[in-house]
Design a protein around this ligand. Structure first.
Ligand SMILES: Cc1cc2nc3c(=O)[nH]c(=O)nc-3n(C[C@H](O)[C@H](O)[C@H](O)COP(=O)(O)OP(=O)(O)OC[C@H]3O[C@@H](n4cnc5c(N)ncnc54)[C@H](O)[C@@H]3O)c2cc1C
Length: 368
């Protein structure tokens, strides 16, 4: 007899939703996380009554009504709509690229004028029929001015290499919108959980045993023996002790600052810095995610960094070499018959939160 039906490694969305569903079905579950909190990367921490997104901006958005309804049983979402502003050497532009952006760039007023301007800007790159990298792709789609001011610097900081070394597929299409609409997402459902994400995770994990500050990999054999099945949401290469080498990731450094007595620092939740000379990619101002009126504010500078073993692997780099390496690890994973590999790290995909929740729920649908 095993001590638990499920040992769940990771208290992020995949682990928490999985644990909730298993617990609901009468299974005995243990959730462990090496961090000292639940919530994974969506974790929020309250500072001066402001919920701070400790691992970067997390805006919930989805087109999946089932996932939306599911989460609404645990939280109420506010009506926040992500509308970032780009800052290029002090010039401000609305994102995503829409009529406001085109008006700010070129003083055009109508969709026809904007389309004509884009056509004029892209004309000289018409001979590039098969863009070989992000730079060529962006020039073909948007022309030099949009590329230089809004795409090049940001992308190079984000990925840590020249735009000519970033694969073209990163921007197969540019979401140009010929309406005055600054909503970053196209999904019908969007918002921030009122009271923060951590409270939502507390509800998902109600009644489930949780042990924090526990690294599964430091005691892997003992943990594998504890439960009938293990759900692993950490990195796939780490699980196998990097036996084929490391997968590629980008990491991030967050500089959180409480600005006491300042009630409004930048007037927007997210400002992207697209100038390559500025070392960070964005500044978040957390109170605006929750439409807050507190007397203080908390801001976060986000710096992309090179990943090395031991750093937090925030973004999988899904290029051809890493995809091939991941496929090798996947063959090993298939031999671990009692382990379910799920979530963003174990599946090595830049899933948004809704997708991760959908995948955890699908496991139980398939089980029936
Ligand atoms: C900077 C950033 C911004 C994002 N913004 C958005 C957004 O605006 N909207 C959106 O929908 N999605 C966003 N995402 C994606 C979102 O974070 C993920 O979809 C979601 O967090 C994935 O959940 P998960 O459970 O798979 O992984 P995680 O949230 O990463 O949770 C995995 C957990 O496993 C734990 N763990 C790993 N290894 C071990 C181990 N060996 N032992 C014990 N515990 C372990 C980790 O500590 C972690 O808590 C963003 C991601 C990043 C990095």
């Amino acid at each position: 007899m095993k001590q638990y039906d499920y040992l769940i490694v990771g208290a992020g969305f995949y682990g928490a939703v999985f644990a909730h569903e298993a617990h609901k079905r009468g299974c005995k579950c243990l959730v462990i996380d090496k961090r000292n909190h639940i919530g994974g990367n969506a974790y929020t921490e309250e500072v001066n009554r402001i919920n701070v997104h400790k691992y970067g901006v997390h805006v919930f958005h989805t087109a999946n009504k089932k996932v939306w309804d599911y989460l609404n049983a645990f939280t109420t979402f506010n009506h926040f709509v992500l509308s970032p502003v780009a800052n290029y050497k002090g010039e401000l532009y609305n994102l995503p690229f829409n009529m406001n952006t085109f008006c700010q760039l070129w003083k055009v007023r109508t969709p026809a004028e904007a389309m004509a301007k884009i056509e004029e800007q892209t004309k000289e790159f018409a001979s590039i029929t098969h863009p070989a990298n992000l730079e060529e792709q962006a020039l073909v789609l948007a022309g030099r001015e949009v590329y230089e001011k809004l795409i090049k610097g940001y992308s190079e900081k984000q990925w840590g290499v020249k735009a000519t070394e970033i694969p073209a597929f990163v921007i197969r299409r540019l979401p140009f919108r010929f309406t005055y609409d600054n909503n970053y997402f196209n999904d019908p459902y969007q918002g921030i959980p009122i009271g923060g994400y951590t409270r939502l995770f507390g509800k998902l994990l109600k009644g489930v045993e949780v042990q924090l500050g526990q690294d599964f990999l430091l005691n892997k054999k003992a943990y594998l023996n504890k439960a009938g099945k293990v759900v692993y949401t950490g990195s796939m290469d780490a699980y196998f002790d990097y036996c084929y080498g490391s997968l590629g990731y980008r990491s991030l450094r967050f500089d959180h600052q409480l600005l006491a007595g300042i009630d409004n620092f930048q007037g927007v939740a997210q400002m992207n810095y697209t100038d390559p000379a500025v070392p960070y990619t964005r500044i978040l101002e957390h109170k605006h995610f929750e439409l807050g009126k507190q007397p203080d504010t908390v801001i976060t500078y986000e710096y992309p960094t090179t990943w090395q073993q031991g750093d937090e692997p925030y973004y999988p780099i899904n290029d051809a070499a890493n995809t091939a390496l991941y496929e090798k690890y996947k063959l090993l994973a298939q031999q671990e018959s009692n382990v379910i590999f799920g979530g963003r790290l174990a599946e090595y995909k830049c899933y948004d939160m809704d997708k991760v929740i959908e995948r955890a729920l699908t496991y139980f649908e398939n089980e029936r």
